[in-house]
Design a protein around this ligand. Structure first.
Ligand code: KG4
Ligand code: ZN
Length: 356
């Protein structure tokens, strides 16, 4: 029997038995090598994340070749650890899920190859997951949150406002037209000499600064749009620092960080308010690496409270890249019988709506 048929037979058998669905998930889209076992899309049975931040820190950002090599070195031990901690083997999980897009192509390729090998070896169903959907479904882990909800996903690569329907259908309401919010944090951090990853460093510096010290611009987009733009803000900050340096004037890093952060939070909050009012959604999910920012969380919590909307943001360790979120997103595909085959391949660029 070809693999495809053996895998389908295994899926039908598991579904008929009706036990818990434990999914092994793998994530290697950027600079974290991660694996997890997630039960029924909710319960984190195990989660292992090996960060490469130290290897990239010296270069001030993620170096694709370094990332791929790091994943090759660590993926087996990370997957083994996640399986072992969950008391599983590749043969006993109900499916193998993996981030296949979007991200660094070489990095994605390592995870996809590992997942395909395991699925083939164990006749396990294979599920390719869109990284952004993973960030969104992190909100369902260890909670009772159910779609429909409005979600803002803010990471190093994306800034998107999405609506998740009752049957998990995805609708994109708005997105950044240039830089992602996290990318702007990273670039400002670099210009301030705060190192990589930049977001947490800017947030720390901002705590000592005055958010009203510098009038950085808010992007002017056409009336009514739910899109974002952060490149103008980023350039304004870099220009400001450049001017100070040329005048040999002392820069006040905390004030720059705080004023920049305020401008980002203002822009995000404005669109979230508009989207909540327009859609009437009763649950709001904040996700992605930038969602760990306390100032952003506090502001959006206030926006929700003023409307009686439930505010949900995963704990910090589930906001940054991890594999548990990939297992959570994969569960919904598994339930719908939407399985992939060995033709699954990594894709550097893919809009979320193409994965629906
Ligand atoms: O979701 P994530 O771990 O990886 C991507 O998919 O991009 O997000 C990483 C991004 C980086 O740009 C990082 O600087 C940003 O999230 N970030 C933050 C904070 N923590 C991480 N940005 C602002 N404030 C933070 N506390
Ligand atoms: Zn991410």
């Amino acid at each position: 029997m070809p693999w495809n048929e053996r895998m389908r037979a295994r899926y039908e058998r598991d579904r008929a038995q009706g036990g818990p669905v434990d999914i092994l998930a793998i994530e290697t889209s950027c600079d974290e090598t991660a694996a997890a076992v997630v039960r029924d899309g909710r319960l984190i049975v195990s989660s292992v994340v090996a960060s490469q931040a130290e290897s990239h820190g010296r270069f001030g950002g993620v170096v694709p070749e370094v990332a791929s090599r790091g994943h090759v070195e660590h993926v087996s031990e990370v997957v083994d650890a996640a399986l072992r901690q969950a008391g599983h083997s590749p043969q006993t999980v109900q499916a193998v899920a993996v981030t296949f897009a979007p991200g660094l192509i070489g990095a994605l390729f390592v995870g996809v190859t590992a997942a395909k090998t395991l699925a083939q070896f164990a006749d396990a169903p294979l599920i390719g997951v869109h990284h952004l959907a993973g960030h969104m479904f992190a909100a369902l882990l260890e909670t009772d949150v159910e779609p429909p909800f409005l979600a803002l996903v803010v990471s190093g690569g994306h800034t998107e406002l999405l609506r998740v329907g009752a049957r998990n259908e995805l609708e994109r309401l708005g997105a950044t037209r240039d830089d992602a919010a996290g990318e702007a944090f990273d670039k400002v951090a670099r210009a301030l000499g705060l190192g990589y990853p930049g977001g947490p460093a800017v947030e720390r510096a901002a705590r000592e600064g005055n958010p009203l010290a510098l009038p950085f611009p808010r992007a002017k987009l056409e009336e009514g749009t739910l899109d974002f733009s952060f490149s103008g803000l980023k350039s304004a900050v870099l220009l400001h620092l450049d001017k100070l340096r040329r005048a040999a004037a002392q820069e006040n890093a905390p004030d720059v960080a705080a004023s920049f952060q305020r401008a980002v939070v203002d822009a995000l909050a404005e669109k979230v308010e508009r989207a909540l009012d327009r859609t009437g959604e009763r649950i709001f999910v904040l996700a992605g690496g930038v969602a760990t920012n306390q100032s952003l969380r506090a502001r959006l919590e206030g926006v929700c409270a003023a409307r009686g909307v439930r505010f949900v943001a995963p704990p910090a360790w589930l906001c940054t890249d991890n594999a548990a979120m990939i297992g959570a997103a994969a569960y919904w595909r598994y339930q719908q019988g939407r399985l992939d085959d060995l033709a699954l391949t990594a894709r550097a660029v893919m809009p979320l709506y193409e994965w629906r």
